[in-house]
Design a protein. Structure first.
Length: 218
């Protein structure tokens, strides 16, 4: 029956916030004594989930409870301070338009804290595009898995999983899509380089608009 619904990841996908993520990571690392000065390119080669593993890799140590708490607090404060500067991915509006023109409904499933997510989506003027906006609870570091949320959304819409396309910027987004039975497409717009995404074996598109069109053909 083809795709009828699209599920968007938020951070690094619809939201063009990777540079801010890296700025916050640098501040968090400096707060615990590691002045690494990450670039976006370096971040895209090392970022993974759970995010604790990324920091362990960068610091070449296992952070203790106090260090990890400091990382979370500094990262969040830096990220929130810079968030008003952040806009949508350059092809987000055209991708949303393309999906709507195809008659698809759309939603967001994110590990971003839900109330903050809803406020930001509204502030950017796109809240009316979505049948659902689902984020995590108060844990900004690891959040929750997405597959169950995706399944719940699709059930509420009366759709089968194979009628949904899920677009994200990390391998984990594709893994969660497959667990839910949805079609995955990955984009190198956020936390992962194109080379790393291609190595996963999942479909990859260069832009959000290209991702919508690739998903429609699958």
């Amino acid at each position: 029956m083809g795709i009828r619904h699209i599920i968007w990841d938020w951070n690094g996908t619809l939201l063009d916030d990777t540079a801010l993520t890296v700025r916050a990571a640098n501040a968090a690392l400096a707060a615990i004594g590691y002045r690494i000065e990450l670039t976006v390119e370096h971040w895209r080669e090392v970022a993974t989930r759970p995010i604790y593993d990324t920091y362990s890799h960068l610091t070449k140590t296992h952070l203790d409870t106090d260090q990890w708490a400091e990382v979370g607090q500094v990262w969040l404060a830096t990220y929130l301070a810079g968030l008003p500067e952040v806009g949508l991915n350059p092809t987000a509006q055209s991708a949303l338009d393309e999906a709507a023109a195809r008659g698809w409904t759309q939603s967001i499933v994110s590990l971003h804290q839900e109330q903050a997510l809803r406020r930001h989506v509204t502030a950017l003027g796109i809240a009316d595009r979505f049948t659902g906006i689902c984020g995590a609870g108060d844990d900004w570091i690891d959040g929750l898995t997405k597959a169950e949320t995706v399944s719940t959304q699709l059930c509420a819409l009366g759709l089968s999983p194979h009628q949904a396309l899920m677009i994200g910027d990390m391998e984990e987004d594709a893994v969660e899509a497959v667990r839910a039975g949805a079609v995955p497409v990955l984009v190198p717009t956020g936390d992962t380089s194109r080379q790393r995404l291609e190595s996963t074996g999942y479909p990859v598109a260069d832009t959000l608009l290209a991702a919508v069109r690739l998903g429609a053909d699958r």
